[in-house]
Design a protein around this ligand. Structure first.
Ligand code: HEC
Length: 128
């Protein structure tokens, strides 16, 4: 790459970082972004939360499309949760609420609170 194009590239990068910063900031208040730093997110759930989440997991058929042994899920239509390093609480929460590709949205069927608990449960109890 020429010096000229490298400079332009750097400017574009700086420009987009400046644009992204203000819109990103408000989210930082209630979301944990530690998972994006590349380290495994440390998440715990109580046994009662885990039980409630296992019930939701089977009730909403998550296990017919996703592998997660702790929740008795062995479906292979979607990505497995066991051994899946891409799962942060934020990401799981977002996909359940909004859907993603062939994944149906469960927002409106399940309360935000239940989705939050289910998301923490998946990240805390998935194998690997
Ligand atoms: C009908 C099958 C189906 C059901 C039921 C289903 N999912 Fe999914 N899910 C998918 C598919 C397919 C994807 C991949 C979507 C994509 O990225 O295109 C996915 C993606 C996901 C992801 C993102 C995984 C990743 O590696 O990024 C999460 C988290 C998730 N689903 C959670 C759930 C939960 C929790 C439930 C139950 C409330 C559920 N899914 C029910 C099919 C399903």
């Amino acid at each position: 790459m020429t010096v000229q194009s490298f400079k332009r590239f750097t400017l574009v990068l700086l420009g987009s970082a400046a644009l992204a910063a203000p819109s990103f900031a408000p989210m930082a208040q209630d979301h944990d972004h530690s998972a994006h730093s590349g380290e495994a997110e440390q998440v715990t759930v109580t046994e009662a939360e885990a039980e409630a989440s296992r019930t939701l997991f089977s009730q909403y058929g998550c296990g017919s499309c996703h592998v997660m042994a702790d929740a008795n899920g062995y479906g292979s239509i979607g990505p497995a949760f066991d051994g899946n390093d891409a799962l942060s609480v934020d990401h799981v929460n977002h996909v359940i609420s909004e859907g993603q590709g062939a994944m149906p949205s469960f927002g409106g069927m399940v309360s935000d609170e239940e989705i939050e608990t289910l998301s923490r449960y998946i990240v805390a109890k998935k194998a690997g």
